[in-house]
Design a protein around this ligand. Structure first.
Ligand SMILES: [Zn+2]
Length: 136
């Protein structure tokens, strides 16, 4: 974990030193690392956030996790402001996820005829006719 050297971390540490009630959920350990309820505070460092998100998201072997799943996993260990929103934005920018989503959302176009079955009764389709007038 890189050093926490950002403005936000500095401010929170100052508030802690002044024993601000609101900042009680933060703790500083003996190494000077800032924690939020047992989760490490990730400084506003674009590279670092990206690294954490990449690690949680990019897998060659499995489906990419969605933002809810990623948030559930990452929140066990990490905390930063607007974390949930940033994860959602990260996932929305992932090329692979967009392609997967697009293939699930194929636009309904012209009705496709069923392929000619290669065996009897392989495909059965029915049309329901409604709205006929009653026989007299
Ligand atoms: Zn993805």
């Amino acid at each position: 974990m890189a050093q926490q050297h950002d403005e936000g971390v500095k401010i929170i540490k100052q508030m802690l030193a002044q024993e601000e009630e609101k900042y009680k959920c933060f703790q500083v350990d003996h190494k000077g690392i800032l924690w939020f309820n047992g989760r490490i505070v990730v400084p506003k460092d674009h590279q670092l956030c990206k690294q954490i998100l990449d690690e949680a998201h990019l897998s060659k072997f499995f489906m990419h996790p969605g933002s809810t799943k990623m948030y559930q996993d990452l929140r066990q260990n990490f905390w930063w402001t607007r974390m949930k929103r940033e994860i959602a934005r990260y996932v929305s920018k992932c090329d692979i996820c967009q392609r997967v989503k697009a293939s699930h959302l194929k636009v309904a176009g012209v009705l496709q005829p069923l392929p000619i079955p290669s065996w009897k009764w392989e495909d059965i389709s029915m049309d329901f006719i409604v709205g006929l007038s009653n026989t007299s």
